[in-house]
Every structure is written in structure tokens, then in C-alpha cells.
Design a protein around this ligand. Structure first.
Ligand code: HEC
Length: 106
């Protein structure tokens, strides 16, 4: 019984650690790809705050693919007149990872 409880505790700790690692990977990638030159999680900079982006698209299934394409190609008109330039340094897989991270911000 004691052993089982310990196992459950260890599993929970592992799940928590890997979730934290995923969040850090998103942040690190955003830093490495220069996204944070124009964005912050909680405040508008040149582009919208990532938590505002997450709130706007909450519950929209197609948001991830749409936003990943926009991250790569750039675009304007959703948050104001200032366009986001294309980000050719970002691969499709990286764009998806970044968008997943953005959409998980609260
Ligand atoms: C030169 C400044 C700049 C950089 C660098 C930049 N962005 Fe943006 N981003 C913007 C602006 C401005 C907007 C608002 C565009 C609009 O209103 O449609 C935006 C919008 C967005 C949106 C929301 C798009 C929508 O249609 O709602 C996401 C997601 C996003 N950026 C992610 C990223 C990621 C990820 C990176 C890094 C690869 C990045 N941005 C780099 C300026 C930037």
C-alpha cells in the first residue's frame, strides 16, 4: 500500500516536471526565434500579448493551423494596422510548437 502511494506520487511529479519542461521549451523557442522582440506574454508590445491571443482563439479548433501559417508568412489586420512580418527563420514544426505554446498562455 505504502509502495503504491509512493509510485503514484512519483508519477504525478514526473507529469508535472514534463509539463513545466514543455512550457520552458516554448518560451526558449520564442526567445531564440526573436518573437519576443515584438511580443510579451502579458503585455502588448508591437504585437498583441500572447495571453490575449490565447483568449481570442480559445476553443477554436482550426486556430492552431491558421496561426502557424500566419507566424511563417506574416500578416495584418487582426489586432490593428501594424503587420507582423514573415518569419522565414521558423520551420512549420517550430511554428506549430510556438503557436501551441502561445495558445497555452493565460
Ligand atoms: C516585427 C514584430 C514581430 C515579430 C518579430 C513577431 N511578431 Fe507576431 N505579431 C506582430 C504583430 C504586429 C501582430 C498583429 C498582426 C495583426 O494584427 O494581424 C502579430 C500577431 C501575432 C499572432 C496573432 C495572429 C492573429 O492573426 O491573431 C501570433 C500567434 C504571433 N504574432 C506569433 C508570433 C511568433 C510565434 C513570432 C516569432 C516567430 C512572432 N509573432 C514574431 C509582430 C511581430
Amino acid at each position: 500500500m505504502k509502495r503504491t502511494l509512493m509510485m503514484v506520487g512519483m508519477l504525478a511529479a514526473t507529469a508535472f516536471a514534463s509539463q513545466a519542461a514543455m512550457a520552458d521549451a516554448g518560451l526558449d523557442l520564442a526567445k531564440a526565434k526573436n518573437c519576443l522582440a515584438c511580443h510579451a506574454v502579458a503585455t502588448k508590445v508591437v504585437g498583441p500579448a500572447y495571453k490575449d491571443v490565447a483568449a481570442k482563439y480559445a476553443g477554436q479548433k482550426d486556430a492552431e493551423a491558421k496561426l502557424a501559417a500566419k507566424v511563417m508568412k506574416g500578416g495584418s489586420g487582426v489586432w490593428g494596422a501594424v503587420p507582423m512580418p514573415a518569419n522565414p527563420q521558423v520551420t512549420e514544426a517550430e511554428a506549430k510548437t510556438l503557436v501551441k505554446w502561445v495558445l497555452s498562455q493565460k
